[in-house]
Design a protein around this ligand. Structure first.
Ligand code: NI
Length: 169
């Protein structure tokens, strides 16, 4: 296994559509293992193969049970509701954005051996599925964010909210 370099916004690879995986071989397994290691090292919640420069339809998502899900050729097959919240991306360091996403999504994908399965997610996991699958289309959340914040702005905002909360008590 090896740590891979995470590409950042401005790298043209991040705006390209990824290709379907057709061989579920040791090369794919090595890629997935490297993605797991890279995501753990970066302390993120999700990673898509294009973020490490590989234009293949592979993503990894950590769900609310702290399980690392491997999704090959994933597709959103159902969704409902809406949630608005903050989102970040390992390819856009130092920023967060307000993004609208479905409240619930159902995803159909293949595992590393090519077996099909379905998985559902709400809250952060639904958000994460949508965010990572968008990477496979070459889309970053910054394109759909209703508002962007720097880490500093976000810290200030949270501090102000804490102060307001304290005054209320
Ligand atoms: Ni991302």
């Amino acid at each position: 296994m090896a740590l891979r370099t995470i590409l950042t916004q401005g790298d043209p690879v991040l705006n390209k559509r990824a290709h379907a995986v057709t061989s579920f071989d040791s090369k794919l397994h090595d890629l997935i293992d490297d993605m797991r290691e890279t995501l753990t090292d970066a302390e993120g919640l999700g990673l898509a193969a294009p973020q490490i420069g590989i234009l293949r339809r592979v993503v990894i998502v950590i769900n609310e049970k702290d399980e690392m899900l491997e999704l090959v050729n994933p597709e959103i097959i159902d969704q409902s509701g809406e949630q608005e919240g903050l989102e970040g991306c390992l390819s856009v360091p130092g920023y967060y954005g307000e993004v609208k996403r479905p409240a619930w999504v159902k995803v159909r994908a293949q595992d590393r051996n090519g077996n099909f399965f379905e998985v559902e997610g709400t809250e952060m996991t639904a958000r994460c599925f949508c965010h990572e699958l968008a990477h496979l289309e070459g889309q970053l959340y910054t394109e759909i964010a209703t508002r962007m914040y720097t880490v500093e702005e976000l810290d200030e905002m949270l501090e102000r909210e804490r102060e307001k909360e304290e005054k209320r008590q």
